[in-house]
Design a protein around this ligand. Structure first.
Ligand code: DPX
Ligand code: MG
Length: 563
């Protein structure tokens, strides 16, 4: 059997740990798909459309560290670009591979199908360059190994998406075989002197402060800094909070964990502590308009250390060229044995003597948001992953207490509604042994619902809580209008459509707590396919956090143009 360009790509994807890749067929990628099917231990998983294909690979990357999506030229790739932009925003190595025009057509003046109708086909890779860390076009077999390795290596190093386009007549062409996988897994070491200087500068910063707190941000995962953050928290003995998008990136049963810091939408007591602290260590934090509640909750200035993936900034100094993972480990070692900084925990215990508000309501009454959230929260085990969609689902998830090992996935930087359904599909393909739960609003679900059919096809026992509050409630709280109303669907009834008489999916409508509890019991017994539980709640039944957060974001959006 000839060893081909497509097989080289497939072997590299397998070598970096992918057992699956996601695809939508198109005539520019069929020969490539054939090559990938030849790779032992690599399964080709099909999606309903290229947006969902991209998000399935993105969800897979959240579980496995990287993901791959194969699409056809232009009509496929440009849809998938939305998921690539999301992967860039969320620091995920999604590798988008697009079939491309025959290499003989370049410069021929030929007008080709699926293109924008000009003989210059470079527009696609030019678009890709803006939303990836590496973008390559392969029009000959000789150049394929180096270009494929460059794209994969860069994506893994930078934790950002990469783009590979392969001419349709090259994917099956004879190609050299790859060398050791270390060629694409190697990291550029951090600078030792910079690391040492940064550690000393932070130690000096802390020595002058008593009211110290740690804020964990969403880039901590991309930096592989989870263990280092716990070691640093152990060394300091201070309060630790997570930003909303970093929920589950720090263990919530940690004794000094005080919940989410999110301005007015914070966990009880957390905002006060960060307002009160005189030394804040920000680890991999992303401060955008949503995460700072319209720029009203943005730790910065002389009392803040910003420790990012490769750079530390404090006191007017910047230390670039280090790895956050190394910094946390070295700093924890440097502070070992020093006096603890427990002032913030002492103060926190004073503030939150009263227990946090518990979501509960009589299960027989009309279903409320609080009761829905309570029943979902009760399902979280150490083996659970909860994917929470853009919407009030963010705030419902924020209130949930996680057992150690439970994971939460958001897409808070990109915030593309509908992301959670295909991302759930990809994540469930990657992690068949975990309990996968999705909380998705009715508005979001309508963008990507088709991928529930793929969950039926593969018999994935995912539980989808469809929050039917009759429209775009998060938008209602920011700025209401007729555009926030949507056509209602029979969401539970969709499952029978997707089953088509053979699938094992189940759908339930819950209008009371008791109906929801019964549906949950059935879902936990359904191991042969997804269970969608449509939770019907009032349009205005949303979290108090959403209301205040929505006001702040609306104010930020309404700032008049600068003079
Ligand atoms: C329309 C929009 N955002 C604008 C938007 C529009 N288009 C895309 C692709 N992404 C977006 N975030 C948002 S957050 C809706 O409130 C989501 O509604 P739903 O899923 O029903 O959730 P809630 O009811 O809890 O808000
Ligand atoms: Mg809604």
């Amino acid at each position: 059997m000839t060893y081909t360009v497509g097989m080289y790509l497939g072997d590299r994807l397998k070598q970096i740990g992918l057992d699956h890749h996601f695809a939508v067929a198109g005539d520019y990628n069929l020969v490539l798909l054939d090559q990938l099917l030849k790779i032992d231990g690599m399964e080709q998983v099909y999606c309903c459309n290229e947006l969902n294909c991209g998000y399935s690979a993105e969800g897979y990357a959240r579980a496995k560290g990287a993901g791959a999506a194969i699409v056809t030229f232009s009509v496929g790739a440009i849809s998938a670009f939305n998921a690539v932009g999301g992967a860039y925003a969320e620091n995920l190595p999604l590798i988008l591979i697009s079939g491309a025009p025959n290499s003989n057509d370049h410069g021929s003046g030929h007008i080709l199908h699926h293109t924008i109708g000009t003989p210059d086909y470079a527009y696609q890779i030019e678009m890709a360059r803006r939303i990836t860390c590496a973008a390559v076009s392969i029009i000959s077999a000789d150049e394929a190994p180096a270009k494929i390795d460059h794209a994969i290596r860069t994506a893994l190093r930078e934790r950002k998406p990469a783009y590979i386009e392969i001419a349709c007549n090259v994917a099956g062409a004879a190609c050299a075989r790859p060398g050791p996988v270390s060629a694409v897994l190697s990291q550029v070491p951090g600078d030792a002197a910079t690391l040492e200087a940064a550690v000393e500068a932070i130690a000096a910063f802390l020595a002058k402060r008593d009211k110290v707190a740690i804020l964990v941000g969403s880039k901590l995962r991309a930096a592989d800094g989870g263990e280092g953050a716990v070691a640093l928290a152990d060394a300091l003995g201070c309060a630790v909070a997570t930003m909303a998008a970093a929920k589950s990136f720090f263990p919530e049963n940690y004794p000094n964990y005080i919940g989410t810091y999110w301005g007015e939408a914070s966990s009880p007591g957390a905002r006060e502590i960060f307002d009160w602290a005189d030394g804040i260590l920000c680890l991999g934090c992303v401060f955008n308009d949503y995460s700072t509640v319209g720029w009203t909750a943005w730790p910065r200035g002389a009392n803040v250390v910003q420790a990012d993936i490769g750079t530390v900034t404090l006191d007017g100094q910047v230390f670039d060229g280090l790895h956050l993972k190394d910094l946390l480990t070295a700093l924890a070692a440097r502070l070992a044995g020093q006096p603890k900084k427990g002032g913030t925990m002492t103060e926190y215990r004073r503030i939150v003597g009263a227990p946090a508000p518990v979501d509960s309501a009589a299960p027989t009454a009309k279903l409320t948001r609080a009761e829905m959230a309570r029943q979902i929260g009760a399902l979280l085990t150490p083996e659970t992953t909860l994917l929470a969609e853009t919407g009030d689902s963010w705030f419902n998830a924020m209130r949930m207490k996680l057992p150690q090992g439970a994971r939460v996935e958001f897409e808070m930087q990109w915030g593309h509604i509908g992301w959670s359904v295909p991302a759930t599909f990809g994540y469930a393909v990657a992690e068949p042994k975990r309990r996968i739960i999705t909380m998705v609003g009715d508005g979001s679900f309508q963008l990507t619902a088709q991928e529930v059919a793929q969950m039926v096809r593969r018999g994935l026992p995912v539980i989808v809580f469809l929050v039917n509050n009759h429209g775009y409630t998060i938008e209602v709280e920011i700025h209401d209008g007729p555009y926030n109303n949507i056509k209602n669907w029979d969401y539970a009834g969709l499952i029978e459509v997707f089953n088509a008489g053979e699938g094992k999916g189940r759908g339930f409508r819950a209008t009371t707590g008791a109906e929801m509890a019964e549906a949950v019991r059935a879902a936990l017994d359904n191991h042969g396919g997804p269970t969608l539980i449509e939770c019907i709640i009032d349009r205005d039944d949303c979290t108090s956090e959403l209301i205040s957060w929505g006001r702040r974001v609306a104010t930020a959006n309404a700032r008049p143009p600068a003079k």
